[in-house]
Design a protein around this ligand. Structure first.
Ligand SMILES: [Zn+2]
Length: 427
């Protein structure tokens, strides 16, 4: 067993940060319980530590399970079941890459349920035309929350401490991550409401530009509209920091990412990104952005969660366990093993790597990394410890900003005219 806790202890920033301190205390206790629990379990059953890499990966993942940064189950439920969760049986073999038997087999301890709705052309060049995007986004959240409620295997988590508790209880920690600020309908108020519903990361763009930021496109860069973040996008990043919603830099243009890293006070994530080092796609993360992640001068804490999609991972669009391990190792070598995680994109990709076909197969990746010399501590950080540190860090920043008296931002999109003052009382 590793003696290092999954969430490194945070330095209290000011003496009066009661909330932050409470969080740290709860997290520390839960980490200790988890580690002690794991030791007791191992001691009670008298299991010997296996030497075979596949058995060892499974053995280690029992106590440090995978927390995946990006699983597209809600959009699968939209496409296949028309949002009707009564028709979904997660205890049976589901279409796609996720169901409960496979998640248990793969030692999954939690994941971010991706809340995703496509960008819509009809929103127009300034994103002002009426669309049903906010309705459809709320339906996506509703599907996720109803499924989490339907199965005792899941528990909705809003904090890193919640996740630790869920894992300790043998549940699959369920967090919500929103994939694209186009789903805000240009409104910071929508962000605040999504946060209340449980959203804990927001990808600043999907494959299109929006009112807040420029996208990196998918296979080719899209023409920038703002040159990175718009003025409202800069306000969005600060508002996300204030709320404790993680800034997700997957999908965004390089300029957007660099500017967001300048502004953010909180750690960031890349919820499902591969490195451009292996495959020169605009959708992948370049070295100049990797070099800004970490600790030290000019760097921001964060976690780069590796995408399993073969088309992103490799220029020949083919991938196996080794290809994905190469991605993990490259990011780990460039940034450090404390800054890498898993963001498979399962249920959102039509092809998967050989050996990583679905959520039952995570242990294959860990076995490969054991063969490459990764330690128990490295792998527990990769599995979930790094993303929990980052989430905990965002919570500490939100607590600090609350203690500074920061209030909700009243900024509105400059191109909106619908909020202009009107005669009152109405004529
Ligand atoms: Zn995506």
């Amino acid at each position: 067993m590793s003696s290092q806790p999954l969430i490194p202890r945070l330095q209290p920033e000011t003496p009066d940060l009661q909330r932050s301190k409470r969080l740290q205390l709860v997290s520390t206790i839960l980490v200790a319980l988890l580690l002690v629990g794991g030791t007791i379990f191992i001691g009670l059953v008298g299991e010997k530590v296996p030497t075979d890499p596949n058995e060892l990966a499974d053995y280690w993942l029992k106590t440090s399970p995978v927390i995946d940064g990006h699983v597209d189950l809600p959009i699968l439920v939209r496409e296949v079941y028309g949002n009707n969760v009564d028709k979904v049986d997660l205890n049976k073999n589901m279409p796609g890459h996720f169901d409960l038997p496979r998640a248990r087999k793969g030692r999954m301890g939690g994941f971010f349920w991706s809340i995703f709705e496509d960008c819509r052309e009809e929103a127009g060049p300034d994103f002002l035309n009426a669309t049903n995007t906010v309705r459809d986004t709320l339906e996506r959240i509703d599907v996720a929350l109803n499924l989490i409620d339907k199965y005792p295997d899941f528990t909705l988590c809003r904090t890193a401490a919640d996740v630790m508790w869920a894992i300790k209880e043998g549940k699959i920690a369920s967090l919500l991550g929103m994939e694209g600020a186009h789903m805000l309908g240009n409104s910071l108020a929508a962000l605040r409401m999504y946060h209340l519903l449980g959203v804990r990361y927001l990808t600043l763009t999907h494959g299109c530009n929006n009112a807040f930021a420029d996208s990196g496109g998918v296979f080719a860069a899209v023409k920038p509209k703002w040159g990175g973040l718009s003025p409202l996008g800069k306000e969005l990043v600060k508002e996300m920091n204030r709320l404790g919603v993680l800034v997700d830099l997957s999908h965004v243009s390089d300029d957007t990412a660099l500017q967001a890293l300048e502004i953010t006070r909180a750690p960031v994530i890349l919820s499902h990104s591969d490195s451009r080092h292996f495959n020169n796609l605009s959708r992948n993360v370049p070295d100049q952005i990797l070099d800004k992640i970490g600790h030290g001068k000019g760097k921001t804490d964060g976690v780069v969660m590796v995408n399993f999609y073969p088309t992103f991972a490799s220029p020949d669009k083919k991938a196996n366990v080794s290809t994905i391990a190469d991605q993990v190792e490259y990011i780990a070598q460039r940034v450090g093993r404390k800054y890498v995680g898993i963001g498979s994109d399962y249920d959102g990709i039509e092809k998967t790597p050989d050996g990583l076909e679905d959520v039952s197969k995570y242990p294959n990746l860990f076995a490969e990394l054991i063969r490459r010399g990764w330690t128990h501590n490295d792998l527990s950080l990769l599995a979930g410890g790094n993303v929990l540190r980052v989430l905990n860090g965002a919570e500490a920043v939100a607590a600090k900003m609350a203690s500074e008296g920061k209030k909700a931002s009243m900024a509105i999109y400059s191109k909106r005219t619908d909020l202009d003052p009107r005669p009152f009382p109405p004529q």
